[in-house]
Each structure stands twice: as structure tokens, then as C-alpha cells.
Design a protein around this ligand. Structure first.
Ligand code: BGC
Length: 575
């Protein structure tokens, strides 16, 4: 039995967010994350490369995106997928050369696609020259002060300086062997032991990173996604901390007092960076990857003199529940509007289980870093795909910036049966396999329906195997199929631009929101989502797009479906 809603004329609207007054590209941008290792491998060594990205930019341009964000491609031992950087101003030979990078930027520019890169300022690789020098220089040398070295506790310094835990499991400290062959000081690493944390209280560290910013800005990048942006400054005295390694207290996860995250002095660093960027033309941007709760505290990061954007992980973590989605969307818009910043929306990235898999799991949503393996509950792919398509359409109907993760436009799920012996994520190895890690969301993309690695690599080599069934999800298989997820994304992104949804406004359509249904109006487009199990009658309006089957009844919104309806003439256009 379906529910009938009242006539549209009698809709009661609750405005939450007004149209943006100052159009700047990054306020409404669609930014596509490229994870270079898994995008496209042109030289056939089994690892993606910059030339592979350049070769496929035309396919990305078809999605009508504003920018790509490249995960790290710098020289690195790759012990954390390149987030262990040994040289911030070069390209790892497995990805290509600086000339390949320049070629990528100019090819992207020709397609009006900006290039944003990933800056990893909290830590480097143990292979970085500054860390090697710090090790060699000995305990009291100034070189050590670029990192967080401390003497250990206990009679012979045999215990770590405090009780902090690494994000990837195990202690956040490693003891070094000094030049006399004796066990010596400990260094801090909030992540893997191969990733020593910088000491951002040292002015030389600040100057070095400002140099790095300029190096890439001079090469034409449009900005930076700033890795673990909330961790750079640690509380004075490095006090013990009994909360979760990721900074959240238990239970309830209020992010309030973790001594390694969200320290107020961090903002001085970003104020300086903002000034550096302001010297360049073209509105270059900073986007914080900051796991800071609650949302109004996160909004501190995006004031006019600091970062331009920050990821909204509260939205990513939202359960499949209409009321919760409404609550999180409302509080996101209110929190960011209060400081004049745009809200961003994101459903997947290289650290979390992809949303078609996440939304199909009946258990609690997995924590970042907790993948799914062959021994776990396997997701219902049909249900996951239905929900993911609906979730994507809801997200693309919201005002603000959007981040997409490579492969979500193909509806790719996680690889949930990856053999354990191919796993590379340090989380897996540092927890003795009790947390599976993030390899499942980093599997090389399928480009064609045939071939050993489905067109990912020229030789069929691939650093991780692809799961069964990905041939049908390949770009080639979806490209000309109007019912495919790729076609849905293409249409949604084109309509998003045509109707100016990114820079639009949001009002909740009260009369349309039954307990399992969400209705919002943005720039004359009515976005309706049904998270429930009963069909819902659609108002008598032209349907612009729907996430469900083309065979669905025209006036019915199916369970787990989202639709966009036209309420008035699109007054606004995008770019
Ligand atoms: C990145 C991860 C990385 C970690 C350490 C994160 O937030 O997104 O992929 O492992 O920072 O750099």
C-alpha cells in the first residue's frame, strides 16, 4: 500500500539554508578524488600512474566535475599507500615524473578541471632526509626538535613517554637505537612507526611547509586537501589519554579533550597558509581532513581567514534513516552557515568501506579502517546498489560542495573477499589482522569488460586483485547503458549544474516527509528520498531523474529510492 501526500501548492517549507550570495567556485564544487595507485596503470607495472590519469581525463570531464583531488604521488616507500612521504617536492618513479605532473595539470586545465593535491603535514616517512638527519644527530641535537622525540619512562627509559595509541593499532611511540648501539629516545607516530610526526611548534617545520605549498602552487595546483589537519599541534606536556586512538572519547564520541587533536594553536598555521594562497590568483583552496566533532566545532576550521572547506564526516557516517539524515543535513548547514562557509558532502573515500557496501550491512557501520573480509557477513549487493544510488542522488541534490571517490560513479562496492595475504594496509598488519584495513576500497578500477585487470593496466598486472563481477560494472559496460549508475551520475551532475543546486538553498518540505521519507526543495527542484520499505506516491510534477528502475510506476517512489522533480523553471545556471 502506498502513502499519498497532499498537493504541492499546500507544501509547508522550512527554510534551512539561503542561497549563497558570493559565487566562488569552491562553494559549490564537485571534486573527484583520484587514488593514483588504483586509477589507471599505463606503463603496465601493476601500479597506477600520472600518465594513466591524464589519459582518462576526458572520461572525468564527461562527469562535469570542477576539480580532481589526487591522493599522494610523492616519493614514498608506500608503507601507508603514499601517506608516508619521503620528498614533498617530487613524484615517485612508480607514478612518473614532475614532467608527467605538469602534463596532467595542463591537460586538466584544457578541460576546465582544476587539480588539487594531498598535503601530508602531520608526519613524513622515516626515509625523509630530515628524519634521517634527526636520527643521526643524536638526543640533544636541534635536528631532533623537528620531530617529537622524548626520553622514555621507567628506570632505563624502557617505557613509552605516554600511553598514546597509533591509529593503526599498537603504541604511538617507537624507540630508536642511538649511534652507540644502545636503546635511546622514542619518537611519536600517530600512525605507522614508519611515519614520524613533525613538531609543529618548531618554526623551521612551518617554514619548510610554506616552501612546499609554494612549490606546488607555482606548478599550477588549485589547492590542497590537508591530511589529518587536526593533529599538527599536540597539547603541552603530552599528557596521557584514555580515549580512542582516533581522538574520540567512549561512548558517544564527543571530540572534546584529546591532547593530540584539535588544539587551538593549529589555527595559526592555517591562517598563515591562507595568506600564502592569497598571493596566488584563481581562488586556490585548502580543504581540511579533520575528524572533529561536533559540527559547530568543525566549523571553526573554515572561517574566512582559515581553510575554505572541510570534509563532513558526520554526513558520511549517517545511518540509512530519513530522520537522522535530515538532522545531520540541517545541523551541517546551520553550523557552516553560521561562519559563512560552504558545507561539503561525501559518501566514500579511500579510508572507508564504499557506500554501496556500507549501506547494505545490517550490523553497525564499520569504523574507518575496519574493512570487511571473507569471514564476515557479506553485503546484499542488490540492496546496497539501490540504496547507494538513492544516497548519491540525495547528496547531489544538496547545496554546497561535493566530494566523489573514484569508482563510486560506477557503483563499485568494496572488495569484501580479498585474500588476507594480499592486504597491504598497515592497520591489518599492526593489529594482527583483527582490523582488516582499507584495501577493500582501494581496488584498481575496471575500465573495460574484458582483460586480465579489466583495462586497468596495460599488462593485466594489478597491485590488488579485482573481485568477481566487476566486468559488468566496468566503465565500458556502463557507458552506453541509460540505466547504469554511470549514466545516473552523469545526468545528476549535469542537472546539478543546470539548476545551480550546488549554490542553491534548502527548505524541508514538511508535508512530504513521512517517517521514512525526506523531502527538500533546492532551487526549484524537489528532492524526495524514501528510506523505508513501503512505496510512496509522488506529487504530480515532472520527474527530472530517479535512482530506481526505469520500469518503476511513474507516480510511485519505490522503497530505497530517490527522485528529483521539477517544481518551477530552473532560474539559475551553474558555472
Ligand atoms: C589518510 C589516510 C592515511 C592517514 C595517515 C588519513 O587521514 O586519509 O589514508 O593513512 O591520514 O596519513
Amino acid at each position: 500500500m502506498s502513502t499519498t501526500y497532499g498537493a504541492l501548492q499546500s507544501l509547508r517549507l522550512t527554510p534551512v539554508h539561503d542561497r549563497d550570495q558570493e559565487p566562488k567556485w569552491w562553494r559549490s564544487s564537485v571534486i573527484y578524488q583520484v587514488y593514483p595507485r588504483s586509477f589507471r596503470d599505463l606503463d603496465g607495472d601493476g601500479v597506477g600512474d600520472l600518465a594513466g590519469i591524464t589519459a582518462e581525463l576526458g572520461q572525468l570531464a564527461e562527469l562535469d566535475i570542477d576539480a580532481i583531488w589526487l591522493s599522494p604521488f610523492y616519493p614514498s616507500p608506500q608503507l601507508d599507500g603514499g601517506y608516508d612521504v619521503s620528498d614533498y617536492c617530487d613524484v615517485d618513479p612508480s607514478f612518473g615524473t614532475l614532467a608527467d605532473f605538469d602534463a596532467l595539470v595542463s591537460a586538466a586545465d584544457a578541460l576546465s578541471i582544476r587539480v588539487i593535491i594531498d598535503l601530508v603535514p602531520n608526519h613524513c616517512s622515516q626515509e625523509h632526509v630530515l628524519f634521517r638527519q634527526a636520527l643521526a644527530a643524536g638526543p640533544d641535537a636541534p635536528e631532533r626538535d623537528l620531530f617529537v622525540f622524548r626520553d622514555g619512562r621507567g628506570a632505563s627509559g624502557q617505557l613509552p613517554p605516554n600511553n598514546w595509541q597509533s591509529h593503526f593499532g599498537g603504541p604511538a611511540w617507537t624507540r630508536v637505537t642511538e649511534s652507540d648501539g644502545q636503546p635511546g629516545q622514542w619518537y611519536l607516530h600517530l600512525f605507522d612507526s614508519s611515519q614520524p610526526d613533525f613538531n609543529w611548534d618548531n618554526e623551521l617545520v612551518r617554514q619548510e611547509f610554506e616552501r612546499v605549498l609554494c612549490f606546488w602552487l607555482d606548478r599550477g595546483v588549485a589547492g590542497f586537501r590537508v591530511d589529518v589537519a587536526h593533529a599538527l599541534i599536540k597539547a603541552e606536556g603530552l599528557p596521557d589519554w584514555d580515549g580512542r586512538a582516533d581522538g574520540g572519547s567512549i561512548p558517544g564520541y564527543p571530540f572534546t579533550d584529546a591532547p593530540m587533536f584539535g588544539q587551538p594553536q593549529i589555527h595559526d598555521i592555517y591562517r598563515r597558509w591562507r595568506e600564502v594562497l592569497a598571493e596566488y590568483d584563481g581562488e586556490r583552496i585548502l580543504c581540511a581532513e579533520a575528524s572533529v566533532d561536533p559540527l559547530d566545532r568543525l566549523a571553526d576550521w573554515v572561517r574566512p581567514d582559515q581553510m575554505h572547506q572541510t570534509f563532513n564526516f558526520s554526513y558520511l557516517a549517517a545511518p540509512w534513516d530519513a530522520a537522522e539524515l535530515r538532522r545531520i543535513i540541517t545541523s551541517s548547514l546551520e553550523a557552516f552557515d553560521a561562519v559563512g562557509a560552504p558545507t561539503t558532502w561525501v559518501l566514500s573515500n579511500h579510508d572507508v568501506v564504499r557506500h554501496p557496501t556500507r549501506l547494505a550491512l545490517t550490523a553497525d557501520s564499520p569504523r574507518p579502517g575496519d574493512g570487511r573480509g571473507p569471514e564476515d557477513e557479506q553485503p546484499d549487493h542488490v540492496l546496497g546498489t539501490r540504496r547507494a544510488r538513492a544516497a548519491s542522488l540525495l547528496m547531489l541534490g544538496l547545496p554546497g560542495g561535493v566530494y566523489l571517490y573514484q569508482g563510486e560513479e560506477l557503483g563499485l562496492p568494496d572488495h569484501t573477499t580479498l585474500p588476507h595475504d594480499v592486504r597491504q594496509d598497515p592497520t591489518y598488519h599492526r593489529t594482527g589482522g583483527s582490523r582488516l584495513g582499507r584495501d577493500g576500497c582501494r581496488v584498481p578500477l575496471p575500465w573495460t569488460s574484458t582483460g586480465a585487470s579489466l583495462g586497468y593496466s596495460a599488462t593485466g598486472e594489478a597491485w590488488l586483485p579485482q573481485p568477481q563481477g566487476w566486468a559488468e560494472l566496468s566503465r565500458e559496460a556502463q557507458r552506453h547503458d541509460p540505466a547504469s549508475t554511470l549514466s545516473l551520475y552523469r545526468s545528476a551532475l549535469a542537472l546539478r549544474r543546470e539548476h545551480g543546486l550546488g549554490s542553491g538553498s534548502l527548505a524541508w518540505a514538511e508535508d512530504l516527509t513521512g517517517p521514512d521519507c525526506l523531502g527538500l526543495v533546492n532551487n526549484g527542484v524537489l528532492v524526495l528520498l524514501n528510506t523505508g520499505s513501503a512505496p510512496v506516491e509522488l506529487p504530480d510534477l515532472p520527474v527530472l531523474l530517479r535512482s530506481g528502475s526505469p520500469a518503476s510506476a511513474p507516480h510511485i517512489l519505490d522503497p530505497e529510492e530517490c527522485a528529483w522533480l521539477q517544481t518551477e523553471d530552473p532560474g539559475t545556471t551553474g558555472r
